[in-house]
Write a protein that binds this ligand. Sequence first.
Ligand SMILES: Nc1ncnc2c1ncn2[C@@H]1O[C@H](COP(=O)(O)OP(=O)(O)OP(=O)(O)O)[C@@H](O)[C@H]1O
Ligand SMILES: [Mg+2]
Length: 253
Amino acid sequence: MAEIILRTEHLCKNFGGLKATDDVSLDFERGRVHAILGPNGAGKTTLINLLSGELAPSSGRILFKDYDITDARPEKVARIGIGRSFQKTNILPGFSCLQNCWIGAQTCLPTSMRFIRPARHLREVHRRADYALDLCGLSGQRNRIAGTMSYGEQRQLEIAMMLATEPELLLLDEPLAGMGSEESQHVTALLRDLAREQTLILIEHDMDAVFSLADRITVMVDGAELETGSVEQIRNSKAVQDAYLGHDDEEVA
Ligand SMILES: Nc1ncnc2c1ncn2[C@@H]1O[C@H](COP(=O)(O)OP(=O)(O)OP(=O)(O)O)[C@@H](O)[C@H]1O
Ligand SMILES: [Mg+2]
C-alpha cells in the first residue's frame, strides 16, 4: 500500500449559498498521477485552490504527510513541498526563462537558507533553476525572453517554474489548455516523464491525456466527489456516463 501524501477530510468551501466544494474526502498516494475530472463549474479549480492555500476552507481538514495544512497560507504550502500551476499562464513575460525560474526557486527556499551566505543562497537558486529548465527541455532557451515564446512553451516554462521549487507534490490546473495537438502531445510526454519521479494531481479537459497519464481518477460534479477509481472503472462507470450526459451542453473534463 502506497503512502498517502495528501488527504482531505470532509472538505467544504461555500461561496455564499453555493457549495463549490461539498464534503470532499480524498486520499492521494505518493508517486501516482491522480486526475480530477468534471464538467465546467464542478469545483476542480476550487479544490486545487484549497489544497494550495489560495482559498481557506469553510470546514474540513487538509493533511500533507504529517502536517495539518488546513489554514496554511500559499507561501507556507509552497515551502513545505506543494507546487502548483494555474489555469491561466502565470509567467513574467519581460524576463528570461532562467529569471522566471530563479524567481520560482527563490520564493521557496527553506527558511534556514535565508540566513546563510548570499553567494551560497544564489548558487542554490541557480542550481534549482537549471535543474527545472533541464527537466522541461528548455535548457536551450534559458536566455529567451518568456513573452516571445509560443503559448505552449510558456506553459512548459510555468511547469519549470513550479519544478524550480523542488516540490514533492505537483498540482496542475489544465496544463494543456489552449494548446494545439502537437504542443499538447509534447507537454503530455513531459508530464509522463515527470510522473516517473513525482506525485501529480492533474486537472485536465483532454480525456486522451488523462486516460494515458492517470493511475487514479476522481470525477466531481457540483462540488462533490461522484466516483473515484482506476481509468477502466471510470471509463465504464454508469454514474459517470449519466453525469456527463446530464451536462451535454458543456465542455467535459
Ligand atoms: N471566488 C469565487 N466566488 C464565487 N464563486 C466562485 C468563486 N470561484 C469559483 N466560484 C464558483 O464555484 C463553482 C466552481 O468553480 P471552479 O472554478 O472550481 O470550477 P471548475 O471545475 O474548475 O470549472 P472549469 O472546468 O470551468 O475550470 C462555479 O460555480 C464558480 O462559479
Ligand atoms: Mg477550473
